[in-house]
Write a protein that binds this ligand. Structure first.
Ligand SMILES: Cc1ncc(COP(=O)(O)O)c(C=O)c1O
Length: 434
């Protein structure tokens, strides 16, 4: 496989050598690196990425799952081109930010008020601060395998072993107030929090980086009840699930309401974004006319509510709002999960295909995958091998990460995923036998 890849990617190899000198690991985000070196993208359109060597990839990574309409969708590009002529950055208030906040509230009823940020990380950081400000409690809780970005207090318990710090440079002070909870295990949550006072519990309704694992509906309902009973704010991190699982995100899909919602990815319509939203009473903590220091919760930033992002986000949400495209993608997602499972099964390879809606992930294991612990126990190298094989054959899923669907994917794109997976399953079955 490596030989097949390197023979097709000479220019990427040269760029990687150049990149290594100025970008640590040759990339701008560690997860974008894979062996032997990543390809470097020259352009993208619809469901395809094209690298500097002219190779075409059907893209199921979709810009970290952000691009639900595919790359550069026409309607969004048209709106953005128009906005470009009116200014790229105001640094003042403008109508587009109001319109997008209204649109979010229309699609996600718990998101009565919103503040925008430039990334999901920032949005989670400010949401956590808001929860602390609102409840007057310091400690917070998150789940094993939950990824909420690189904010110190949430950069805890992401990968097993969960007790090993995720990064150097996290001070004890920053992480000691974060309690890490077992996913899909309500009794475990209650036990861990028995003698604790926490401001918030943040959860990805479908674990993303933790393996594409949906929360059980009963678990989410129980968690909601537990939070209400204990005056804990329930935060749904819908950076991946927002506007993807349903027009109203995972909370609509599951019928469970959080107190605060964190958004990102799809909301930006292909441009950098994050946002956090809640009901008026909670969000008013951000209003310095109502709450003075030290009771007021700060949020801000130079590029917040950038007019290009607001425009692209609005154009995207308008396309998604009636739910028809999302329903179609969700049905397709189910078909993909079923078919991938059957393909591996036919070759006698034990896999668990996880995901929900238009998200899917494969785990090479016989055992049930219900949380990040079981997901990380599955054959990681096998998954890496499968994904690298797909890349060498023109399908891009970022190795070991979730895959997602966009409205730009064609039937042929999906068929290619199936046929390359079949080829891989047959090959690895025979390699296995030797
Ligand atoms: C669920 C979730 N929350 C938060 C983040 C962080 O968002 P960003 O990378 O925009 O900072 C991510 C990013 O992948 C995510 O998947």
């Amino acid at each position: 496989m490596a030989r097949q890849y390197t023979s097709k990617t000479a220019k990427s190899m040269a760029l990687y050598e150049r990149a290594k000198k100025v970008l640590p690991l040759g990339v701008s985000y560690g997860i974008r690196y894979f062996e032997p070196y990543p390809f470097y993208t020259a352009r993208a359109r619809g469901s395809k990425l094209y690298d500097v060597d002219g190779n075409e990839y059907v893209d199921f990574w979709l810009g970290h799952t952000a691009l639900i309409l595919g790359h550069s969708p026409q309607e969004v590009m048209k709106a953005v081109s128009k906005q470009l002529r009116n200014g790229t950055m105001y640094g003042t208030s403008h109508e587009l930010e109001i319109a997008l906040a209204e649109q979010v509230a229309k699609m996600v009823p718990t998101a009565e008020m919103t503040r925008f940020t430039n990334s999901g990380t920032e949005a989670n950081m400010y949401a956590t601060r808001l929860a602390r400000a609102y409840t007057g409690k310091n400690k917070i809780a998150k789940f094993e395998g939950g990824w909420h970005g690189g904010y110190d207090a949430l950069h805890v318990g992401v990968k097993p072993s969960f007790d090993v710090p995720e990064s150097a440079g996290l001070t004890t002070g920053a992480v000691q107030d974060t309690i890490v909870l077992p996913f899909n295990d309500l009794d475990g949550v209650k036990k861990k929090l028995r003698n604790e006072q926490v401001a918030s519990i943040v959860i990805e309704p479908v674990l993303g980086a933790g393996g594409g694992i949906p929360a059980d509906e009963e678990f989410l309902r129980g968690l909601r009840e537990f939070c209400s009973e204990n005056k804990i704010l329930l935060i749904f991190d819908e950076v991946i699930t927002g506007f993807r699982l349903a027009p109203g995100g995972a909370q609509q899909y599951y019928g469970v309401k959080p107190d605060i919602t964190v958004f990102g990815k799809i909301l930006g319509g292909g441009f950098p974004v994050g946002a956090f939203s809640a009901g008026k009473e909670v969000m008013e903590r951000l209003d310095s006319h109502i709450y003075e220091r030290p009771r007021y919760s700060f949020h801000g930033g130079t590029f917040t509510a950038n007019p290009i992002t607001m425009t692209a986000g609005m154009a995207t949400l308008k396309i998604l709002e009636d739910g028809q495209l999302i329903d179609r993608l969700n049905r397709l997602g189910q078909k993909i999960r079923d078919r991938l499972g059957r393909i591996f099964e036919a070759s006698g390879i034990a896999v668990q295909v996880t995901g929900a809606g238009s998200l899917f992930n494969v785990h090479f294991t016989k055992g049930q995958v219900k949380d990040a612990v079981t997901a990380f126990k599955a054959g990681r190298n096998r998954l890496l091998d499968y994904h690298l094989n797909l890349i060498a054959n023109g399908i891009f899923i970022l190795p070991t990460h979730n895959a997602a669907l966009s409205t730009a994917h064609s039937e042929q794109d999906i068929e290619k995923l199936f046929s390359e997976t079949e080829e891989y399953a047959k090959q690895s079955k025979s390699t296995h036998r030797k």
